[in-house]
Each structure stands twice: as C-alpha cells, then as structure tokens.
Design a protein around this ligand. Sequence first.
Ligand code: NDP
Length: 291
Amino acid sequence: MLRVGFIGLGAMGLPMALNLHRAGLLVGAWNRTPGKAEALAAETGATAAVTPAALAAGCDVLVTCVSADEDLLEVVDAVAPALPAGAVVVDCSTVAGATAGEAAARLAAAGAGFLDCPVSGGTEGAVAGTLSIMVGGDEADLAKARPALEAMGANIVHMGPVGAGQAAKATNQVMVAGINQAVTEALAFGQAQGLPMDKLIAALEKGAAGNWFLSRRGPTMIRGQYPLGFKVGLHAKDLEICRRMAGELGVKLPLVEMTLLHYERLEPASAEEDISALFRLKSDMFSPGGE
Ligand code: NDP
C-alpha cells in the first residue's frame, strides 16, 4: 500500500488529507501550527509528525498544500534529505511554474520526484474529493502518485512537464478574476435595482450566466458575508504570478490588472476574507458619494 504524508493542513489541505485517510492511504501529517496535525491525528489515527523530515522519511508520496512559493521551497528543503529514494512530492499549492521547476531540481538532486498538481474546485471540492487537478511532471511519477490524486480529485489532467500544471492553474486564476468581477458587479447592480436578491440568484443560476461562483458565493455575499473560501491575499498572489507570465509575453491582462487594483482597494484586513468580499467594493459604487 502506498504510504502518503501531508504537509499544510489549511482550508484546502485538511479536507484533502481526510480524503486520503478515507482511501486508506494517509500515514501522517505535519503542519507548521502543530495543533492542526494533532487534531487530524486524533481523528484519523495517522501520525502527527514532529518535523517535516520525520514525516518524509516514511512516505512514498508526500502531498504539500502551503500558501506561496517561498513556503513550498522551505518545505522542499526540509524534506529533501529525508525522503526515501524514488519518493514523489506532489505539490497542490498554487505557485509560479519557475518555482515548481526549482522544487523539482532540488528534489531530483536528492533522488526524489516532483509533480506540480495545483487544484481547482474550492474548499467544497476539497471536502467532496472532486477537485480538478492539473498535473505537470513525468508519467512515471504520475503513475506512482495517481492513487493519492484519485483520492482527492475527480478530474486529473496531465498537462505536460513540470511547470505545465501551474501554467494551467494560472490560466484558471485569470478566469476566476473575471468571474469574480462579473458576479460581484452584476449582483451589486441588481441590488441597486431593488430586486429580491435570492430570487434573482435562483433565476440567473439556471440560465446562460449561471456559474459555480454565483451559486456558491452569491447567497452569502448579498448578505454581506464572505466566509472562506479562498482568501483575497492568495488570489492576489496568484494574479501577481499571472501578471509576470503575461509580462514575459509583452502583455498586460486587463482582468488581472483591474482585479489586483480592486483587491488593493479593499481594506488590508480583507486579505484574509473570501474573494467574494469584492462585492463590498462594487456595492459601494451605488451608495451616495460612492465611486
Ligand atoms: P490556508 O491559508 O488556509 O492554509 C495554508 C497552509 O499552508 C496552512 O496549513 C499553513 O500552516 C501552511 N503554511 C504556510 N506557510 C508555510 C510555511 N512557510 N511552512 C509550512 N507551512 C506553511 O490556505 P488554503 O488552504 O486556502 O490554500 C493553500 C494553497 O492552495 C494556496 O497556494 C492556494 O492558493 C491554493 N488553493 C486554494 C484554494 C481555496 O479555495 N482556498 C483553491 C485552490 C487552490 P499554518 O496552519 O501554520 O498557518
């Protein structure tokens, strides 16, 4: 049986680790804030590792889901010396393709494989085990890690070599920016018309404008609630990656530029709120004296 470890028990990582446990694959976890790994261990019987290296030493596949690029490289440096030869690190964080390449090189030097496996489907998809997983890396590493990926996702697409998964995810994040802009702006406009908002969502979600974000986040945003979800700060991090990638092609993407500007205009405290908090900014436009 494949021995799978997990690092990064956040909003996404914890439910993903629980699905690995349900599939009988999870041997242990490590989290920077130890209480989260201890709670998971109490619930599942998996080990709460004291260090990343202690976890890595007993794993064939190690899944990581941490915040950003430097966090991934920090974890990679901690686990690389301890991983058994031929083990594969599966990174589900969203980072730059170049960072995925750097992680792969550092792990290859230690005799381990690497797959960039960013995910889409939100915390709901993580809980349900229905994530869409965009894979970059070698076929052989993918074959080894596949049972773990199938425990966390329902749609696993091999995009190409290391970095290709992150390029696909960056594409997704440009689209998420546009969907957030469209849904928050349109609902603020509908609200300003005095429409019954729950009825409006019920009507729109069954028509041509229906989409995941409208159905999952619409009902809360119209009540001024923005439960996580996906943090503004994390999407801003992703859009900075998209900005750099577009810049390398000599292009500025309007959706990326506008959304980054709008996220900056939200209160700094909004970095920890769900991205649907953009609705607040859009509603303000319709207030007396609003923009
Ligand atoms: P959270 O902020 O909820 O969790 C982040 C996790 O990373 C925590 O376990 C945190 O540990 C850990 N971490 C952060 N920095 C370090 C570090 N330097 N060393 C070790 N561990 C670290 O984020 P999410 O779970 O929402 O997101 C995780 C990744 O998945 C991000 O890259 C995000 O962009 C991506 N993602 C998020 C989605 C979402 O809807 N939320 C959807 C798809 C992808 P600690 O508990 O100590 O803070």
